[in-house]
Ligand binder design. Structure first.
Ligand code: NDP
Length: 490
């Protein structure tokens, strides 16, 4: 990353440009791999939030009048800019999140650009319905909601900002976005890209800061909808905060998802799925399949294959293309993950891989944890029940299909689930019975933009991606057209 792409101060982005916030308060954003301060971030004040909402409202009035195809062209141009700056944005993301550069280069920016391209195409296809009423007739108009707020988590900052803003803007809305305070950098860059692509000033504003900014947005009377990616507890707060003004809400929350490996599964693929579903982005992925249920007949073989591959994983400097596991987001989060590992040991689970912080050489300045596998787990253990959001896999065994489905569903969460089997009928039968919003058969954690993504139960409300997201960024207006005289009984 060149020094020129790393700002020294992260400001608000309101009305098409970076502006100083008015609170006078700043906080540092830190590189979790080195502990070094990357930049100072200005905390937005309530007045800054008001200014951002007012500016987005103005942009909305202009943007909503454009034909969908014209909105799509702006999104397509922004996608092109994202792809052109892939490596530079990936480097910023690595510095801010600690994730390995090999992942950020291949996934983070590209997934955002995929999303913008998808909704650029969708923008021109939005339509209502014609309803024949036998002479008279009706039609529906699909209209934007207005000004939407996006509130992001810190694990995929740019991707989350794209997954929220692309459908919002395609549908004719404007957006005010608050990234997580731990990862402010790439969302600010995205705002610049939208402006460069020709979005009206204020169409995508960014306000920086902590939970106070999220509260101000979700309570704001000028915001019509809020879409949050975060923890289940934050989801409940946001929903309550939005209740006074009866806002639409989309909540993408946490999970403790099951991955079920039947005895007839291709074990090499199942191990790959378990690795992808536990250690990508050092385990900080909401849909991770952290409860790995393996059929008793193949458990020993599966575990041997798994441990062989875990032993080869490289924990290291996230900027090194050979690194597989980067740094956890913060010192607090490191302590939380290590606390869960200790709890697992105390409750009787057996560490069969990893289990420790990594402090070799310069890694001691950052927040690195070994990819960790627990065996001899039981369903009631804390590490099997709670979302850890770190590189910690739990292995459980089963013998019976009905039993494993019941156990897989025995969680307050319902974000995702995976099944590995070569039996076609079993695969579909089991997936149908799993309480999860997003499921995979014979793979894990693949999230193409075309497929809706989201959770059930405590994992969320609403869907992102695919045609489903349109429902969450538009409202329907019904129009009755009378073709005859008006008959009145008086
Ligand atoms: P948090 O819930 O802590 O924070 C999410 C965002 O909400 C942050 O921007 C945060 O601000 C903000 N926030 C905090 N409190 C409030 C409030 N009262 N009102 C409004 N906004 C608020 O989540 P994390 O950032 O720790 O992210 C990890 C969590 O996100 C995990 O549970 C993970 O599973 C989930 N997640 C879900 C995904 C999904 O698509 N389902 C995808 C990725 C992550 P600040 O950070 O500044 O405090």
């Amino acid at each position: 990353m060149s020094d020129s792409t790393m700002p020294t101060t992260v400001r608000q982005f309101i009305g098409g440009r970076a502006v100083d916030g008015t609170s006078g308060e700043t906080f540092p954003t830190v590189n979790p791999a080195t502990g070094e301060v990357l930049a100072d971030v200005q905390q937005a004040s309530a007045a800054d939030v008001d200014a951002a909402v007012a500016s987005s409202r103005q942009a909305f009035e202009e943007w909503r009048e454009l034909p969908g195809a014209a909105r799509g062209r702006v999104l397509m141009d922004a996608a092109r800019l994202l792809r052109a700056r892939n490596d530079e944005l990936a480097a910023l993301e690595v510095a801010d999140t600690g994730k390995p550069i090999a992942e950020a280069i291949a996934v983070d920016v590209a997934s955002g650009a995929d999303c913008l391209e998808y909704y650029a195409g969708v923008a021109a296809t939005l339509h209502g319905q014609h309803i024949d009423l036998g002479g008279s007739w009706g039609y529906t108009r699909r209209e934007p909601l207005g000004v939407c707020a996006g509130i992001g988590a810190w694990n995929y900052p740019l991707q989350i900002a794209c997954w929220k803003s692309a459908p919002a803007l395609a549908c004719g809305n404007a957006m005010v976005f608050k990234p997580a305070e731990l990862t402010p950098l790439t969302t600010a860059a995205l705002a610049g890209i939208y402006a460069e692509a020709g979005a009206p000033a204020g169409l995508f504003n960014v306000v920086q800061g902590d939970h106070r900014v999220g509260q101000a947005l979700s309570r704001h009377s000028g915001i019509d909808k809020v879409s949050l990616t975060g923890e289940a507890g934050t989801g409940r707060k946001v929903m309550a905060q939005a209740a006074d003004t009866l806002k639409h809400v989309t909540l993408e929350l946490g999970g403790k998802s099951p991955l079920i490996v039947f005895a007839d599964a291709h074990l090499g693929n199942a191990v790959s799925g378990a690795l992808l579903g536990n250690f990508y982005t050092q385990g900080e992925v909401c849909s991770n399949g952290t409860r790995v249920f393996v059929h008793g007949d193949v458990k020993a073989e599966f575990t041997a294959l798994l441990l062989e591959r875990v032993a080869k994983m490289v924990v290291g400097d996230p900027t090194d293309p050979n690194t597989d596991v980067g740094a956890l987001i913060s010192a607090d989060h490191l302590a939380k993950v290590l606390g869960y590992i200790e709890r697992g040991r105390v409750e009787g689970a057996r560490v069969v891989a990893g289990g420790n912080r990594v402090t070799t050489g310069a890694l001691g300045n950052g927040y690195f944890v070994q990819p960790t596998v627990f065996d001899d787990c039981t369903d009631d253990m804390t590490i099997v029940r709670e979302e850890i959001f770190g590189p910690v896999m739990t292995l459980l065994d089963f013998d019976d299909e009905d039993d494993v489905v019941t156990r897989a569903n025995d969680t307050p969460y319902g974000l995702a689930a995976g099944v590995f089997t070569r039996d076609l009928q079993r695969a579909h039968r089991v997936v149908r019975r799993l309480d999860a919003g997003t499921t995979w058969i014979n793979t894990y954690n693949i999230t193409p933009i075309e497929l809706p993504f989201g959770g059930v139960k405590q994992s969320g409300l609403g869907r992102e991606n695919g045609a489903a997201a349109i429902e969450h960024y538009t409202r329907l207006k019904s129009v009755y057209v009378e073709m005859g005289d008006v008959e009145a009984p008086y």
